[in-house]
Design a protein around this ligand. Structure first.
Ligand code: E4P
Length: 217
């Protein structure tokens, strides 16, 4: 399963990209707004740091404007994947941009029906938001299970990008279900590394080694 960073912060990319576990990135207008500055310049820098697909979202709402904006976003860098919201206009823009060879990620997916429609129109990626579903008392990961099952029944080329992840269990469950990608805030990626028994085990190994070395002198 591919692992993406869900962030607009260059610091997150600088810290995590060298670890060799990051395959791409997702941004959204809220994440980029937090950083200040020119969002497109930030996206360009992220592309340079991850060297993989980087989703950049349109802020237009009509299909015609999304198409124009999507073309501009795609010109930022060959790694850019244009993100459009799941709306009727978003699907029209998806069709047009895909027809021009631009890869499109359909975002704000909250139902299997939406994921099915986006795949039919040729989305490269769909972004179901699991954490936001959990927040309103629906099981986010159950949606991933449904989408993975539906996509397995047909020759779609759409990848399932699990978004709005909040903790390592989302990531592990997504991998067990066969989702293609998980995008995670840096904090969640940090949590994937942690296990107290690893820390205790290492500390004991080093102490034992030091004791043995001291005994040899
Ligand atoms: C995905 O591409 C979105 O940027 C993101 O995962 C949204 O997550 P949130 O629900 O934590 O804002």
């Amino acid at each position: 399963m591919k692992l993406f960073i869900d962030s607009g912060s260059l610091k997150d990319y600088e810290a995590l990209a060298p670890l060799g576990i990051i395959d791409g990135a997702t941004t959204n207008p809220s994440l980029l707004a937090k950083e200040g500055g020119d969002p497109r310049a930030i996206v360009k820098k992220i592309c340079g740091l991850v060297q993989g697909p980087v989703s950049a979202e349109v802020v237009s709402t009509s299909a015609a404007d999304m198409i124009v904006e999507g073309r501009e976003l795609a010109k930022i860098d060959p790694h850019v994947v244009v993100k459009v919201p799941f709306t009727r206009d978003g699907l029209k823009a998806l069709k047009a941009l895909t027809g021009e060879g631009i890869r499109v990620n359909v975002t704000l997916i909250f139902s299997a029906a939406q994921a099915l429609l986006a795949a039919k129109v040729g989305a490269a990626l769909v972004s179901p938001f699991v954490g936001r579903l959990d927040d309103v008392g629906q099981n986010g990961m159950a949606l991933i299970q449904e989408i993975v099952e539906i996509y397995r029944n047909y020759p779609f080329h759409t990848e399932v990008l699990v978004a709005s992840t909040r903790h390592p269990i989302h990531i592990v469950e997504a991998a067990k279900m066969g989702a293609d990608i998980c995008t995670c805030p840096a904090k969640v990626i940090d949590q994937l590394f942690k296990h107290p028994l690893t820390d205790i085990g290492l500390s004991n190994f080093l102490k034992d080694h030091e004791k043995a070395q001291a005994a040899r002198v």
